[in-house]
Design a protein around this ligand. Structure first.
Ligand code: DOR
Ligand code: ZN
Ligand code: ZN
Length: 447
């Protein structure tokens, strides 16, 4: 019996090295990685022309929107953007309309997504008001919980440490991680008030209103609470040297914490805001060059666990406004992350094994996504083929995302995802989407 597909003439990253081989896929899984003569016959054969073949990206921080925010992005456009960017699994954030915060809202999101997605999607939930509902949310399939400290999203009172601790314990007991947006609400509100009073409405004022101290204060608060619970806490988009140091110190003490960094915080600084304006506005905002340097140092030391896009699409009208206080923070990142990172590899700042660890292996481990994150026999056949030598310019007018803008527009990059396979099926070929809505699957917590 022939297998479904054989990818031949590839350079495959598997078990920490690159091998010249072929890859057989059967029933959505990797059946065999071997020299061509040792591969079974296949119904479909695809020549990868000697290109580098990697586990596709697992992006643990994505806002797919849809439902009442579908005007910004929907399950189809967001996952098409992912496919174009070599990402085959995104974990969807809960700050939706309605907020994902109980089994009912989660079930509804999964029901809608199932028909529309072209890659695999897993879901965060915000905490419910009644923590007794936590088990039912996990049963429904949420792979993690998300805690926003800058504003109340979900049912928790964000000024109440006891509630946080109860929440961490409820989730920790079940082994499910909690991802945290660590910015202190009170600091943000005070600083913003001060800036508005001074008549400021420019992007620099926004950065001032989101100071590193807000990130540090919230981070330290979470660390203290984390020490009292067994929960796995994951720090989202760490951006400042001071907050990073607090996280690394806690990790060094052996606490079960992990952290992620975004490409925009690694590749731009607050100085770039002058040029890019609100298109580069995000929470937390771009930081100083010293902060950026600290992120890179930690990355080089292997202290960062994961890279995540924090793909946060808004309409152009929501970005280009007169006053920065009316602007929506967020950068669409799904279609730029991999090209930007491949460029860093070409520049000698990252290795291929760093890339795979940070964007596939570790995200799979952190979020307990079994059988994913590496090209091993038996794993799901989620694969990206890249042309590591292709030079071009980022062009946001060609994005599949509804957010067709990017601070990275016109940036020269070297390295392009040219084929993306989801569950063994080709979904993107040379930048073109070749899959129908519903090709992707919903990935649920497997306990
Ligand atoms: O920049 C951001 N955008 N940070 C957040 O925390 C929320 C996100 C969004 O949903 O747009
Ligand atoms: Zn956030
Ligand atoms: Zn986010």
């Amino acid at each position: 019996m022939p297998v479904d597909t054989v990818l031949h003439n590839a350079k495959i990253y598997t078990r920490g090295r690159i091998v010249e081989a072929g890859l057989a896929i059967d029933e959505e899984r990797i059946f065999k990685i071997a020299k061509e003569t040792n591969l079974p016959p296949a119904s479909t054969k695809i020549d990868l022309k000697g290109n580098l073949t990697l586990p596709s990206l697992i992006d643990p921080h994505v806002h797919l929107r849809d439902q009442q925010l579908a005007y910004k992005e929907d399950f189809f456009s967001g996952t098409a953007a992912a496919a174009a960017g070599g990402v085959t699994l995104t974990i969807d954030m809960p700050n939706n309309k309605p907020v994902t915060m109980d089994s009912k809202s989660l079930r509804e999101r999964m029901r809608l997504a199932e028909k529309r997605v072209v890659i695999n999607v897993a879901f965060y939930s915000a905490f419910p008001e009644n923590l007794g509902e936590v088990p039912s949310i996990i049963e429904e399939g949420a792979v993690a919980f998300k805690l926003y400290m800058s504003q109340k999203i979900g049912g928790l009172d964000i000024d109440d440490d006891d509630m946080f601790l109860h929440a961490f314990n409820a989730v920790g007991k079940m082994g499910v991680p909690v991802a945290v947006h660590a910015e202190d609400r009170e600091t943000l509100e005070n600083m913003r008030r001060r800036m508005e009073k001074a008549g400021r409405k420019d992007v620099e004022a926004y950065v001032k209103a989101h100071p590193p101290q807000a990130e540090v204060k919230a981070t330290k608060r979470i660390i203290q609470l984390g020490k009292k619970s067994s929960a796995h806490l994951h720090f989202c988009h760490v951006s400042s040297a001071a907050a990073l140091n607090a996280v690394l110190e806690a990790k060094n003490m052996g606490l079960p914490f992990t952290c992620e960094v975004t490409p925009h915080h690694l590749l731009m600084s607050s100085e770039d805001l002058k040029r890019y304006g609100t298109l580069a506005l995000a929470d937390p905002p771009l930081r100083t060059k010293d902060d950026v340097k600290a992120l890179w140092t930690a990355l080089e030391h292997g202290s960062i666990d994961a890279l995540a896009s924090d793909h946060a699409p808004h309409t152009m009208e929501e970005k280009e406004v007169e006053s920065v206080w009316d602007a929506k923070p967020g950068i669409p990142g799904l279609e730029t992350m991999l090209p930007l990172l491949l460029t860093q590899i070409n520049d000698g700042r990252l290795t291929i094994s760093d890339l795979v660890r940070l964007t596939s292996e570790k995200p799979a481990q952190i979020f307990n996504l079994r059988g994913r994150g590496s090209l091993d026999e038996g794993n799901h056949a989620d694969i990206v083929v890249v042309d590591i030598n292709r030079e071009y310019k980022i062009d946001s007018s060609r994005f599949y995302s509804k957010a067709r803008y990017s601070p990275f527009d016109d940036w020269k990059v070297k390295g392009k995802p040219i084929k993306t396979f989801v569950n063994g099926q080709l979904v993107m070929d040379e930048g073109e989407l070749v899959a129908k809505p519903g090709t992707g699957q919903i990935v649920r917590w497997e306990g």
